[in-house]
Design a protein around this ligand. Structure first.
Ligand SMILES: [Zn+2]
Length: 299
């Protein structure tokens, strides 16, 4: 799917062994639940509707690869403000551990931790191992991850960054009952995730993120609109918008590669390439993306 940038592999390249998948460093901050085959298979099955709505079989797969975990580690390393105290639980069932964190999380006022913190933590820590549902619990400052998808993992970590930056995290958490606050939090978390992928020049990751995070946002927006089957309609709109954004960015990257001369991008060359292809809209896109063909934003 993401082979558009790659040329055909030469026989010599084909003969090379595949690069080893980097293994995440052991970290006390990230804990994994013990795999329970039957439970995980059932959880995977129960999440079929979510897989369908997001067109992503990795959603709530209850089996998270080292690659996803490593991407999360790299994200946390790049965001020390959130990494300081956050906990990541990968497919783990630990209500006791979570209630301990709830009691100790001094960033949230005690009364917000009592209500709605206790109820939220009860639901969040008890049901996930079977029902899935990646989420960030601000009352315990914990990321719960069940999907083997980097974009989703970084989105949840994006929530942690958003809360770490907020001077009133308790109020911000409770404010989520208001639809505009909820949607704004969702948008912000996705923006932080995508920005991280751009800064790390992870093109594949970025293009994939549009495919997953746009429809996911659509489910929230669709629900908020109060329409029957609103989340399905919203996801559908999100898929179209995500597809379009991915398409535009991919063309932008292609043009960028073509304009690259000796390691530097010539902006005049970039716009000439695009105009020669009668792709005026791409020039406008690049201007929108980063001022006057500022390739730094695109790279
Ligand atoms: Zn979210």
């Amino acid at each position: 799917m993401f082979l558009a940038f790659c040329g055909p592999a030469s026989p010599a390249e084909e003969a090379d062994p595949p690069a080893p998948v980097p293994q995440p460093q052991p970290s006390a901050q990230i804990e994994r639940g013990r795999p329970v085959w039957l439970l995980d298979a059932l959880g995977n099955l129960l999440s079929l509707p979510k897989k369908l709505i997001l067109l992503n079989r990795k959603v709530d797969s209850h089996s998270v690869s080292p690659k996803t975990e490593q991407a999360l580690q790299a994200f946390l390393a790049a965001h020390p403000e959130a990494a300081k105290d956050v906990k990541v639980r990968i497919n783990q069932w630990t209500p006791v551990g979570e209630f301990r964190r709830l009691a100790q999380n001094k960033r949230i006022e005690w009364y917000f931790r009592i209500f709605p913190g206790i109820l939220t933590t009860l639901f969040s820590s008890v049901t996930g191992r079977i029902l899935g549902g990646d989420h960030y619990n601000p009352y315990t400052n914990t990321i719960h991850l069940f999907s083997d998808d980097t974009a989703i993992a970084l989105h949840e970590a994006g929530h942690a960054v958003d809360f770490a930056r907020n001077p009133f995290p308790g109020l911000y958490a409770v404010g989520r009952i208001l639809v505009p606050v909820e949607l704004s939090q969702e948008q912000t978390a996705s923006d932080i995730a995508i920005q991280h992928l751009k800064e790390n020049k992870d093109r594949e990751g970025e293009l994939h993120a549009y495919q997953t995070l746009y429809p996911a946002f659509g489910t929230y927006a669709g629900d908020a609109a109060g329409l029957p089957y609103g989340n399905y309609i919203g996801a559908g709109v999100g898929h179209v918008m995500g597809f379009w954004q991915r398409h535009e960015r991919r063309l932008g990257y292609q043009a960028l590669d073509e304009a690259r001369v000796g390691g530097t991008v010539r902006n005049d060359e970039l716009s000439r390439t695009l105009l020669a292809r009668r792709e005026e809209s791409r020039v406008t896109l690049l201007e929108t993306l980063g001022g006057k063909h500022d390739q730094a934003r695109l790279e």
